[in-house]
Write a protein that binds this ligand. Structure first.
Ligand code: ATP
Length: 439
């Protein structure tokens, strides 16, 4: 690892901390992911899902693993460096993405995903943070949870980030398929329009509840083997009516709404595959859709430093496979605890677990905000012992153009919820976000 000069930390995930680094031999800028657990044998390293999957998956829209280094029983992945992740980009913008931009991001994500699924893997943790972007080229990253399609169920309920989790995973269906990634694609597509998660569940039950609030009553027959079906049964449907998705995502074209609805099929078998989604009319519409500016006298600014969920780990989620990166990671496990911040008309700050604003003149509905703990930072230690490394061939990919832009507001995202959200989505550039990470 002495070839690499480590600079800033780029991210701190469940399995590892990611740093920007400079290769003093090749002058290349790379991203170094230092795994949190120790690795005493090479075999363990090569059996890691992330390594196994990325060695097989060579695609312009999948982040390139260039090298694996084991040094002092510590494991480092050397990735091609990407400038941003999609979450950061959404947070920093001052206006919504155009449908053209969304189409470009989505098409790249789906092409990477289609390649992955065709090659027998599914990702299992798709979310904006795991979509890396440089000069408008999007690449899927973080294959720590990637699973071979041919691997045998039952799978553990595991740990994908709750907001992007499919109903069959929430209901602990004994088997699931690449369709779980397609659910996450739907959630990400909706979020690209609104810059706010469409199903920001605070718990697994709340996650299902929020899904039902948008989609209406579930199709029970879609989950014949779900062990946790009671989670769904316990939700009182009499109080929940399905929502018109166009009301929730007013800036989406009918084609986009149709694609999102298909991706949000309760039945995993009815969700389009990545290849099928790429054939959807959404990708053939060339018109720019105007974005209605959504005004609201009460502008509540969500502090996005705390607006994303941590990866949620349950003790029973731990896989017994030796290649599971979570083994021995108890210190990295953080529960998702709501901690909320909002600004009323940019002046009055409030911070509590759940913030209700019942006294609003123009909006008698209550407002509620969600956010979660900030991950701890982890230092990196200079290795002292001998090291081994494994290199992978690299490829160059042509950039795909997406115009730049910048901030916007959005009104109610979930009209059927007993609460209503009205807030500024992204802090302006002047807000405290000094390191550009804001998590
Ligand atoms: N190749 C890269 N270039 C630049 N930044 C990167 C790269 N890979 C990862 N990152 C940054 O580091 C963050 C964490 O990386 P990654 O998701 O791989 O770690 P993890 O421990 O598996 O995280 P998670 O808890 O989401 O599973 C990413 O969200 C991204 O911001």
């Amino acid at each position: 690892m002495e070839r690499y000069k480590i600079s800033e930390e780029l991210g701190d995930g469940t399995c590892g901390s990611v740093f920007k680094a400079f290769n003093i031999e090749t002058f290349e800028i790379v991203a170094v992911k230092k795994m949190k657990r120790k690795f005493y044998f090479w075999e363990e390293c090569m059996n890691l899902r992330e390594v196994k999957a990325l060695r097989k998956l060579n695609h312009p829209n999948i982040v390139k693993l260039k090298e694996v280094v084991r040094e002092s029983n510590e494991l480092f992945f050397i990735f091609e460096y990407m400038e941003h992740n999609l979450y950061q980009i959404m947070r920093e913008r001052q206006e919504p993405f155009s449908e053209w931009e969304i189409r470009s991001f989505m098409s790249q994500m789906l092409q990477g995903l289609a390649h992955m699924h065709r090659n027998g893997y599914f990702h299992r943790d798709l979310k904006p943070e795991n979509l890396l972007v440089t000069k408008d080229v999007l690449k899927i990253a973080d294959f720590g949870l990637a699973r071979e399609v041919s691997s045998m169920p039952p799978y553990t309920e595991y740990v994908s980030t709750r907001w992007y989790r499919s109903p069959e995973v929430l209901l602990q269906s004994s088997s699931y398929t690449p369709a779980i990634d397609m659910w996450a694609v739907g959630a990400i597509l909706a979020e690209l329009f609104t810059s706010s998660p469409i199903f920001p569940g605070e718990s697994e039950i709340d996650q299902l509840y929020k899904i039902c609030c948008v989609l209406g009553a579930p199709d029970w027959t879609s989950f014949p083997e779900a062990t946790n079906i009671s989670r769904l049964i316990n939700i009182s449907y009499s109080e929940i009516l399905p929502t018109n998705l166009s009301d929730i995502i007013p800036n989406a074209s009918p084609e986009a709404v149709d694609l999102i609805m298909q991706l949000f099929s309760w039945d995993p078998l009815r969700r389009p595959t990545a290849d099928q989604a790429l054939q959807h009319p959404f990708f053939n519409v060339d018109a720019r859709i105007p974005h209605p500016r959504l005004h609201d006298p009460l502008e509540l600014r969500l502090n996005n430093m705390e607006s994303k969920p941590n990866l949620e780990l349950n003790l029973w989620d731990f896989d017994t496979e030796p290649d599971d990166c979570f083994l021995g990671l108890t210190l990295a496990v953080k529960p998702s605890v709501p901690k909320l911040k909002a600004v009323h008309n940019g002046s009055q700050r409030m911070e509590e677990d759940i913030l209700f604003c019942p006294s609003l003149k123009d909006h008698p509905e209550q407002s509620v905000f969600w956010s979660l703990l900030t991950p701890d930072q982890n230092g990196i230690h200079t290795p002292v012992e001998s090291s081994l490394s494994l290199s992978f061939s690299s490829i160059q990919h042509p950039p795909i153009g997406v115009p730049q832009s910048a901030g916007f507001t959005i009104a109610s995202l979930q009209p059927n919820l007993p609460v209503r959200q009205n807030y500024w989505l992204w802090p302006p550039p002047s807000s405290k976000c000094a390191d550009g990470i804001c998590r």
